[in-house]
Design a protein around this ligand. Sequence first.
Ligand code: NAD
Length: 242
Amino acid sequence: MDLGVSGKVAVVMAGSRGLGRAVADSLATEGAHLVLCARGEASLESAAASFRDRGTEVVTVVADAADPHTPERLVEVAVHHFGSVDIAVANAGGPPPGRALELTEGQIADALQANLLASMRLVGAAVPHMRRRAWGRICCITSYTVVQAVPTLALSNLARTGLWAWVKTAAHDLAAEGSGITLNLVCPGRHATERMVALGGDGAGAGDPADFGKVVAFLCSSPAGFVNGAALVVDGGDTLAL
Ligand code: NAD
C-alpha cells in the first residue's frame, strides 16, 4: 500500500529513542523528511545519522518537549528548512509513577506540561501551516491509561485523559471546517522500550516498537484521511476497558 507520505515533512517530538524513534523510522522508510527533537544531543544525532545513512533528510533540534517554546520552534524549523509541515507527532517521556493521593503540585504541573500542553502546543503551531495546504496528519502518543486508569500511574491517567478530551473536540472542529487535517491519539500498551524497563517490565509479551511505528505511520498516511478524533489502543489486547 502506498501511504502517500513520500516527500512530506514530519515533525516528531522526542524522536531519538523508543516509540518516537520508531515512528520517525517508519515515516523515513516511507520517504518523509524529518524534523526530530530530543533533550540529549548524542542520542538525537545518533538517530539522525542512522536516518541520513538511508537517504532521509533530517533536521535535529535539541530541546525539551515540555518547554513551552519547543513545539513552535520545531514547526518554524520545519517550515524554514523544508517549506512546510505536513505531519506532526507529539510525544514526550512518560511521567513518573505515583498514586493519586500522593501527588505533589509540582509533579502535576510537570506532567501537564509534558503530556498535555506540549501536544496541544504542537497542534496549535502546526495547524495554521497545514490549513494552507489543506492537508495534515497529527498523532499524539499517549498511553493505554487513557482508556483504563492504572492506580500507580496517576499522573499519566490525569494528563493523558485531559489530552484525549481536548483532541476529541479539536478533531471535530478541524473536520467541521473541512481542513483536510486529521488529529488522533495513539495509545500504546506495553512495548519493549527503555521506558518499560524503567517501570520494571521485563519485555515478555510486550509489543515491538517498530510495529508501533508502522501503525502511527499509517495514521499519518493519505488513506487514513477519514480516521479522525480516534484513540487507537495498540496493546495486543491487554486492556479490557470497552
Ligand atoms: P522512552 O523513555 O523509551 O523514550 C522516550 C524518548 O523521548 C527518549 O529518546 C527520551 O530522551 C525522549 N524524551 C523523553 N522526554 C522528553 C522530553 N521532555 N523532551 C524531549 N525528549 C524527551 O519512552 P517510550 O517507551 O518510547 O514512550 C513514549 C511515550 O509513550 C511516553 O509518554 C510513554 O509514557 C508512553 N507509553 C509507553 C509505553 C511503553 O510500554 N513503552 C506504554 C504506554 C505509554
